[in-house]
Design a protein around this ligand. Structure first.
Ligand SMILES: NC(=O)c1ccc[n+]([C@@H]2O[C@H](COP(=O)([O-])OP(=O)(O)OC[C@H]3O[C@@H](n4cnc5c(N)ncnc54)[C@H](OP(=O)(O)O)[C@@H]3O)[C@@H](O)[C@H]2O)c1
Length: 312
């Protein structure tokens, strides 16, 4: 990437987009973070206008409608439709603007439910998806393919990293929408502060998940865009997974919650295990740096720093 090129990051008010803009501004002179207030990406004409006016050289498409199992299950239409529309508009406008390189941020959710773990890139499209977040996954799969087709048909240079679960400061703590780690931090800090005797969590606690800390994912995205030159998907993770039970115990201990833990087994676990094979990433020269307890401590501090009335 040319240091004087114009860089556009979509989803810049979100957890990843905000951190990515800060990271890129260290190396690039013109980095524009696009937020929903400035442009609703579902509005094709509005996206065209932004791209025509700005003429970006490099685009990081980070914006997406994202959420946990609950939100995905209750509103699959929005997860599929909103993401299909916004990513299509950004990809076609990037091509029309003649960008030098385009990055589509995928997700480990695109992998089929029943595949060998850890999940290798060649398992893509090899089986049925996990039903609880199928709409979101289908949208991401369509985004990956459209990005690859623009590469194949028009020669657009692209990069497609697939992060595992991301956690870090700046995530939402609204239980209706937030990710698993922020939800655990909120639940345990609130329980500690209210003197609750027990915390009940969804599922059996046996599902295994892999996490990547925000600073590491932002470094990994920058690495994928600047140091790799392939339209193939690239797993972006730590390569280490934990059961939700292990994770809950880790968060409870770091928070200082001494009560009990109960499991609502009438609620779904989602995929039994989701861990990325990061052999390809490591061979290219990238590894994550943040140990899980260190990252969790930073999320706890982020939540505790919020005034009581704004803890959501
Ligand atoms: N967080 C994870 O665990 C994880 C894991 C793998 C991949 N990813 C990917 O990482 C990216 C960023 O995720 P995140 O965790 O940072 O989510 P986030 O905090 O919710 O940020 C996403 C941002 O995209 C914006 N956005 C969504 N639809 C839009 C639209 N139609 N027009 C304009 N802006 C729109 C959102 O604005 P509003 O808030 O106004 O809707 C939000 O600011 C996503 O592509 C996601 O799929 C995330």
């Amino acid at each position: 990437m040319d240091r004087n090129g114009k860089v556009l990051v979509t989803g810049a008010a979100g957890m990843v987009g905000r951190a990515l803009v800060v990271r890129l501004r260290r190396d690039y002179s013109t980095v524009v973070g696009l937020t929903r207030d400035e442009c609703d990406l579902e509005d094709r004409a509005a996206v065209r206008r932004v791209f025509t006016e700005m003429k970006p050289d490099y685009v990081f498409h980070v914006a997406a409608k994202v959420g946990g199992i609950k939100a995905n299950m209750s509103d699959p239409v929005a997860f599929l439709q909103s993401n299909l529309l916004s990513q299509t508009h950004v990809i076609e406008s990037s091509h029309a603007a003649g960008v030098k390189k385009f990055l589509f941020l995928g997700s480990s959710c695109i992998y089929p439910r029943e595949i060998p773990q850890p999940m290798r890139e060649d398992s893509f499209l090899k089986g049925p998806l996990e039903p609880t977040n199928e709409g979101y996954a289908i949208a991401k799969i369509a985004g990956i393919r459209l990005t690859q087709y623009y590469h194949r048909q028009f020669g657009m240079k692209v990069s497609i990293p697939l992060p595992c679960n991301i956690y870090g400061p700046g995530d939402s703590f609204d239980l209706e929408h937030c990710h698993v780690l922020s939800a655990l931090v909120k639940r345990f800090v609130d329980a500690r502060d209210s003197g609750a005797k027990e915390v009940t969590l969804w599922g059996t606690g046996s599902a295994r998940r892999e996490f990547i800390y925000l600073d590491d994912v932002v470094e990994g995205i920058t690495f994928a865009m600047t140091k790799t030159d392939t339209p193939e998907i690239l797993n972006l993770g730590s390569g280490t997974d934990f059961s939700i039970k292990e994770l809950a115990q880790m968060v409870a201990e770091l928070v200082g919650f001494n009560g009990g833990l109960a499991w609502d087994t009438t609620k779904p676990d989602g995929m039994p295990r989701k861990c990325l094979d990061v052999t390809k990433l490591k061979a290219l020269g990238f590894e994550t740096k943040t140990a899980m307890p260190d990252g969790i401590r930073r999320v706890i501090r982020d939540y505790e720093a919020k005034p009581m009335g704004e803890r959501k």
